[in-house]
Design a protein around this ligand. Structure first.
Ligand code: ATP
Ligand code: MG
Length: 330
């Protein structure tokens, strides 16, 4: 058996609670678009990774929620298999252990995301070792599934270096075991907080719009959002423009936005008009999302069957890789 690719496009999603519209634009939409271009993908819900911050029960609770979100946001289960990472927990854990043998402590300590996290933690000495092992478990996920291409944001590039290094070293030692995964860097747009300071994030709810937000509340949040004085372009305003255009693909609406913004830059008082339009776009988007999501969760067996199918694909890939791994190490 040779080290052939099994999965064209491979990516993970985090089972954190409610998603914001920034999470949609930065993380979900690029994935849905890659899928629209015809890529057949395998997506996993990274519940074992989220044990770094969460109790298993919490991770477990959010798994189905996040799958429902992704489906309602356009991920097509006919083109993508979706599985929960822990449905192949044995294979992931065993592979992580085998790969950890070929990873030095000093290499993991040099990973920039770990360094940043430790720097920003009040008590770095209490950080758990799962955080430290993150890139190794990521390698186990990717290499078990023999993924050809892994779309990642900038923050994941250093992790992918560890993954590729591990695959090459393992091959050098044991033969042609792992096909080397390619990194596909995704440029993601950054949406700012409605308050005008920092990026929109779910841990700062005051400046965020959640996909589950009450629609009347959303319109109010937008009306009181930070914009710009007449004639001036600010980061906040630019972010609102991006938000509006990303949520509504209609070219006529884009032209309308452009013309309001040119008037604004000429010094006219049109921010009220712009905010009304933005509110309409966001509310329309959320209404459609919420309707689709309600439809999806109405029948629990729908998500069950998607996850069952995904788990069987992931298990078959993982087992065939482990067979290869075991025989190469004999
Ligand atoms: P937290 O506050 O818990 O860090 P978050 O909203 O920043 O939550 P993450 O779970 O850190 O979300 O990231 C999930 C995905 O959403 C990542 O791919 C990240 O790049 C993307 N993302 C997060 N915030 C933004 C943002 N403001 N604009 C665009 N993309 C974002
Ligand atoms: Mg974040």
């Amino acid at each position: 058996m040779k080290a052939e690719y099994k999965v064209e496009l491979y990516t993970g999603i985090r089972p954190t609670g409610d998603l914001t519209i920034a999470n949609y634009i930065g993380a979900v939409k690029p994935l849905v678009e890659l899928q629209k271009q015809g890529a057949k993908s395998l997506v996993f819900v990274a519940d074992m990774h989220s044990l770094t911050d969460n109790e298993p029960a919490v991770a477990n609770k959010f798994c189905r929620e996040v799958v429902a979100d992704y489906l309602a946001l356009g991920l097509d289960p006919n083109k993508t298999n979706i599985y929960i990472q822990s449905s192949i927990a044995y294979q992931v854990s065993y592979m992580t252990m085998l790969l950890a043998r070929h990873t030095s402590v000093s290499e993991l300590l040099r990973v920039p995301t770990l360094k940043d996290k430790l720097k920003n933690t009040e008590h770095p000495e209490t950080a758990n070792a799962l955080l430290f092992l993150y890139p190794v478990m990521m390698a186990a996920d990717i290499l078990l599934q023999r993924a050809k291409s892994v779309p990642v944001g900038e923050d994941q590039l250093a992790h992918m270096e560890v993954v590729r290094r591990l695959a090459r070293d393992f091959n050098a030692r044991y033969g042609d075991v792992f096909p080397i995964p390619a990194v596909q860097q995704v440029k993601s747009l950054r949406i700012l907080s409605l308050k005008g300071t920092g990026k929109m994030s779910k841990s700062v709810p005051g400046g965020a719009i959640f996909l589950t937000d009450d629609l009347a509340k959303v319109a109010k949040k937008i009306k009181s959002a930070e914009t710009a004085t007449e004639g001036v372009m600010t980061d906040s305003l630019q972010s609102h423009i991006t938000l509006a255009k990303e949520l509504c693909g209609d070219p006529a609406v884009h032209l309308n936005i452009d013309s309001i913004i040119s008037e604004h830059l000429e010094g006219k008082q049109v921010m009220g008009v712009f905010k009304d339009l933005l509110a309409t776009i966001v509310v329309d988007f959320l209404r459609q999302f919420q309707t689709r999501r309600a439809e999806i969760v109405k029948d629990p067996s729908y998500i069950d069957s998607i996850l069952k199918e995904g788990a069987s694909v992931a298990l078959a890939n993982a087992e065939s890789t482990l067979d290869l791994v075991r025989s190469s190490m004999k």
